[in-house]
Design a protein around this ligand. Structure first.
Ligand code: AMP
Length: 285
């Protein structure tokens, strides 16, 4: 499965991408994360991107397209990926189309998380507070001033992608103002409807319940036959074994016949005792 998550900063792309990774075993390709790692490692790309990122601008298209192209070729991306934060401009989207075509890969969906701009600042503030609580390093671009710039760049450069993908019948929009769980469920429903994922969880539980039912039935049959075998053995005694061995008729019938014979024989041997009593005693053995 290959999908793009589209939405302004703070719309929940990163959160949803991580949940999709856990659920479907695909990888999250976040250009923002990759660039931050490059900055931290002071690679040539990192050195180029550092200032731009700190100011809320966009890193040149060729740089991010190159990063993504290499990343898609990694073995862990073979099962599928979620693009988070890429593409961010129409030229990036065109470059992505080209490189996917070249690699013989297809996009399953572009999911736009639509949110009220007024909620975004609050969301980013919450994210910052949570990161501080966890003792994590806070992003340098998660300040109200830089966020305003990032939002402006989203509006002018990234929002046109909504039109770009809707024209190509790839776009699906989900209300990003719902709770995290609700958004996750909506994404799952959408992917099911698009045929991008198998209804695995349902299939699994059906198979499980069928197996459980089968096992129950088998146990019942086994219990029943054990019970009747015990009964037959009890009433037939040793004679039943003999009879069962040589019997051409079904075992059950043979056992019954042998039991009757054994009972008669014993009754004849002990004439003093009442035949009924002897029968009982013999039969009990
Ligand atoms: P993000 O983590 O997606 O919010 O990205 C953080 C920053 O990395 C952005 O503000 C940009 O400076 C840079 N960046 C991430 N992805 C891209 C991209 N696709 N194109 C250009 N710049 C990007």
């Amino acid at each position: 499965m290959r999908i793009i998550l589209l939405g302004p900063p703070g719309s929940g792309k990163g959160t949803q991408a991580q949940l999709l990774v856990q659920r479907y075993g695909i990888v999250q390709l976040s250009t923002g994360e990759m660039l931050r790692a490059a900055v931290a490692a002071a690679t040539p790309i990192g050195l180029k991107a550092k200032e731009i990122m700190a100011n809320g601008g966009l890193v040149p298209d060729d740089v991010v397209v190159g990063i993504i192209s290499d990343r898609i070729d990694q073995p862990d991306a073979k099962a599928g990926f979620i693009l988070d934060g890429f593409p961010r401009t129409v030229p990036q989207a065109e470059a992505l189309d080209e490189l996917l075509k070249h690699k013989h890969l297809k996009l399953d969906a572009v999911i736009e998380l639509r949110v009220n701009e007024s909620a975004l600042l609050q969301r980013v503030e919450t994210r910052v507070a949570q990161m501080r609580e966890r003792g994590e390093e806070v992003r340098v671009d998660d300040t109200p001033e830089v966020l305003t710039k990032r939002l402006a760049s989203y509006r002018s450069l990234t929002e046109p992608l909504i039109h770009y993908y809707s024209e190509r019948r790839k776009l699906s929009t989900i209300d990003g103002m719902m709770t995290i769980d609700e958004v996750t469920r909506a994404i799952h429903r959408l992917l099911l409807a698009l045929g991008a994922v198998e209804p695995k969880t349902h299939a699994k539980s059906t198979a499980k319940s069928a197996a459980r039912k089968g096992a129950k039935k088998a146990a019942k049959v086994a219990r029943k036959s054990a019970k009747s075998a015990k009964k037959a053995a009890k009433s037939a005694g040793k004679a039943s074994k003999k009879a069962a061995k040589g019997a051409k008729k079904p075992a059950k019938k043979a056992v019954k016949k042998a039991a009757k014979k054994a009972v008669k024989k014993t009754a004849k041997k002990v004439p003093k005792r009442g035949p009924k009593k002897v029968t009982k005693k013999r039969a009990k053995r």
